[in-house]
Design a protein around this ligand. Sequence first.
Ligand code: FMN
Length: 184
Amino acid sequence: MKVLGIAGSLRAGSFNRSLLRAAQELAPAGMTITAFDLAAIPLYNGDVEAQGDPEPVTALKSAIRQADALLIATPEYNFGVPGVLKNAIDWASRPPRDSVLKGKPAAIMGATPGMGGTARAQMQLRQAFVFTQTLAMLSPEVLVARAHEKFDASGGLTDEKTRQLVGHFLQALAEWTLRLKPKA
Ligand SMILES: Cc1cc2nc3c(=O)[nH]c(=O)nc-3n(C[C@H](O)[C@H](O)[C@H](O)COP(=O)(O)O)c2cc1C
């Protein structure tokens, strides 16, 4: 089962990029998680799109198309989804009737130094996924609050409870994906 991991942060020391790396380590047998870096995705512009997708957007759409499922690690900015991630979803959602996001199984997780664990950003992302018809797993949830206490200086996930939760979450994603796409 091929899972495409997308972190909604460009920071080298990002907790969400670290969370995605932890997921790569903790993936169950038979699941591989490949990370897609959003750094090269330009800001959405309908005029640019009309001339043809820029190469990084083509690469993003192709990676999503080829994946059996998506794994999103979202930060929370001002109680919502960071622009970097929303912008990538906006590109990928085109054309709306036949987008690579339509019918794609997905799982959403997130990390923040704050207490809310990215709950509000995750709910906002779920709302966008209603329009794109992306099939976001309902539970379990991975809400990593006080992230600075759970990762070490090199970005390793050291909190044992969170490691167990991520492992359980990825197993659930595997089952969710199989249920929706029996050939995965
Ligand atoms: C513009 C901005 C808005 C933020 N708003 C929130 C917020 O609403 N909730 C929250 O928990 N953290 C908020 N934060 C703190 C982020 O959770 C923190 O910067 C986090 O480390 C970002 O994720 P990253 O480590 O993956 O880059 C905000 C940070 C920035 C830069």
